[in-house]
Design a protein around this ligand. Sequence first.
Ligand SMILES: *Cc1c(COP(=O)(O)O)cnc(C)c1O
Length: 294
Amino acid sequence: MKLQNSPIQKIIFRDKTFFIKRDDLLDINFSGNKARKLYFFLKNDFPNIKKVISYGSNQSNAMYSISLLAKIKGWEFIYFVNHIPSYLKENPIGNYKYALLNGMKITEDKEKVEKLKENSLSFPKDTLFIPEGGHFREAEEGIKLLANEINSWAEENSIDNLKIFLPSGRGTTALYLQKHSNFLIYTTPCVGDNNYLKKEFFELEEKKYHPIILKPLKKYHFGKLYKEFFNIWKELKRETDIEFDLLYDPLGWITLLKYYQELKEKNSTILYIHQGGVLGNESMVNRYLYKYQL
Ligand SMILES: *Cc1c(COP(=O)(O)O)cnc(C)c1O
């Protein structure tokens, strides 16, 4: 598994040119920003660790990637969620299904999730705790490699006016990218609002490393279904032949297009980072088809 040097591809979308960093193609199994975040654990040996604990949503991309890491390392993987709907238990799909196939042990336990969120628990020496979405300092090493790959690409192609855009969840990827990039990073919050994202940045790094936040023009709730999200996702697939993720990328593209003229000032080159997550589309597409009776 090389987990390095994902390709960069030029596309045209709505008559505009973008470059796409295809981190979804990093590796057949291990892709996207979760692979970057877990790189440190994948690359190094941890002879004392026997168990990994995490928590989050029952269709999380991080959950799936951790299940893969645990399988490769021979660790036990225990994952806590608030709730698993009975239809999902009966018909496993998407990240949930594949994480279970990798041996994940999943437990519904609201109280435990609350405690893990507060980060107030301590763990025995043989246990690795990974906060929701991989928002932790260990993520820096892999994301630094991503920044270096982009720095080298820009240099080789004599691009000095590059602007990099990616949608954020907890903001870990955008933050460490900005810390190690030669260029400005632009992002938009998909999970909370601007203040939530700033708070997440401050949890890990001081202000000088913070990316520029572009405020979405409308308020959206994370994980909810919006027809304009599904439409732009389909349009992207049709026009560029690339499958993007359905949770973050639709809002990412809608926001990037809104601010396009501003970013294009001085004829900048725009690079969009595809952060993977396509495995999760299986369940999202089903939800969209059902909701809109398509
Ligand atoms: C996890 C994830 C994000 C958000 O990453 P953060 O580092 O938390 O901002 C964005 N896109 C995809 C596809 C993801 O899996």
